[in-house]
Ligand binder design. Structure first.
Ligand SMILES: NC(=O)c1ccc[n+]([C@@H]2O[C@H](COP(=O)([O-])OP(=O)(O)OC[C@H]3O[C@@H](n4cnc5c(N)ncnc54)[C@H](OP(=O)(O)O)[C@@H]3O)[C@@H](O)[C@H]2O)c1
Length: 319
């Protein structure tokens, strides 16, 4: 039956190897967390999304990452998540670590984007209503805003924590100098920065090269990698063309023109290395990230429970 009453797997915490401390905080995060950017919006199958989230939680994944504009349409991933909270997960709320973000285009006019106090606070209020939550565990500035004083965005985040609408603060895609400023500003106000979210994977090592990872590690801030499989490129699926239904066929964020001969060759060679080591490319790619100094967790996406199962093996097989 599709909409059966959900009872979580009693063995969900059996893999104690799954959790690690987020910087120098009290929070343990699963090494593999689930992001709802794609596959959970209003245009996707609700039941498939439900199955993926149930599968994740049943296997110890406690951290779920959203943003105001995840969908499409904007807001619909949070709405679907709110429905799941009501129908499946309310009894487990205190076992879940739920994040959302504001920073990108969300509603029309001058107050629905970037980093003003007005936008950040109004956006979180909207997110809480959609997700049917009283508070989120983690609220992020989704991107650096070069035109708003950093103090304004950061003070809004501090006030959000003091108001009880979020327990912790994170920033995503901020440059190193702005990260340093944020760290100092938040520390001085006793609302330390919990985590930095940045894109780190075998094809894009920017946070390593830019010193973001080192800074987080040295200053007790967690780091969580997004798009750890480069949106599916770090699998074998694009080695022989573009399969029907894959993200490249329907997402404006993964364009087919990037799939040139050089990239296919690079992925093919990584895939061959993985096979030589008796593993799969996604598993090798996820483990590579987790081996980097300072990484707490990574945020995978999944369009099926089969993918999630394969990806979770990356940490289950560890010694
Ligand atoms: N802070 C930011 O600005 C930002 C930006 C982007 C993402 N994020 C966060 O990071 C999360 C993950 O991003 P992402 O979805 O790009 O992550 P990803 O893990 O790099 O890509 C996920 C996609 O790869 C494919 N895939 C995953 N496992 C597979 C497997 N084992 N075999 C074959 N294909 C597989 C699926 O695509 P198919 O549809 O092709 O099956 C899946 O939807 C987001 O949900 C969001 O929470 C944050």
């Amino acid at each position: 039956m599709e909409n059966r009453t959900y009872i979580a797997n009693e063995e969900r915490y059996a893999n104690s190897n799954l959790y690690q401390r987020c910087g120098k905080s009290g929070i343990l995060l699963p090494k593999i967390s689930l992001g709802l950017w794609h596959n959970f919006g209003g245009n996707d199958s609700f039941e498939r999304g439900r199955n993926i989230i149930r599968y994740a939680f049943d296997n110890g994944v406690t951290h779920f990452d959203l943003a105001n504009n995840y969908g499409p349409p904007y807001g619909s991933a949070e709405e679907n998540f709110g429905r799941l909270m009501n129908e499946d997960f309310r009894p487990y709320r205190d076992e879940m670590f739920i994040s959302t973000k504001a920073g990108y285009d969300m509603w029309p006019g001058p107050y629905g984007n970037w980093g003003s106090r007005k936008y950040m606070i109004a956006s979180l209020d909207q997110s809480l209503k959609r997700m049917k939550l009283e508070y989120v565990d983690l609220f992020y500035s989704h991107r650096y805003d070069p035109n708003t004083p950093l103090e304004e965005t950061l003070q809004a985040l501090v006030d959000i924590v003091r108001s009880g609408k979020a327990l912790y603060i994170g920033i995503s895609r901020w440059p190193l100098e702005a990260l340093k400023f944020a760290d100092k500003y938040l520390r001085e106000r006793d609302v330390p920065l919990l985590i930095y979210q940045g894109r780190l994977n075998m094809l894009d090592k920017a946070p390593l090269k830019e010193g973001i990872l080192d800074y987080c590690h040295d200053n007790g801030i967690g780091f969580i990698s997004f798009s750890p499989l480069a949106q599916g490129l770090l699998t074998d699926k694009y080695l022989k063309g573009i399969p029907e239904g894959s993200r490249m066929t329907h997402s404006k964020h993964l364009k087919s023109d990037m799939l040139n001969a050089e990239l296919v060759e690079k992925i093919g060679s990584l895939n061959a290395t993985a096979l030589r080591h008796n593993t799969t490319l996604p598993q090798m790619a996820l483990r590579w990230i987790l081996e980097q100094k300072g990484v707490t967790s990574l945020l995978i996406g999944a369009s099926s429970t089969t993918q999630l199962h394969e990806n979770l093996q990356a940490v289950r097989n560890e010694e």
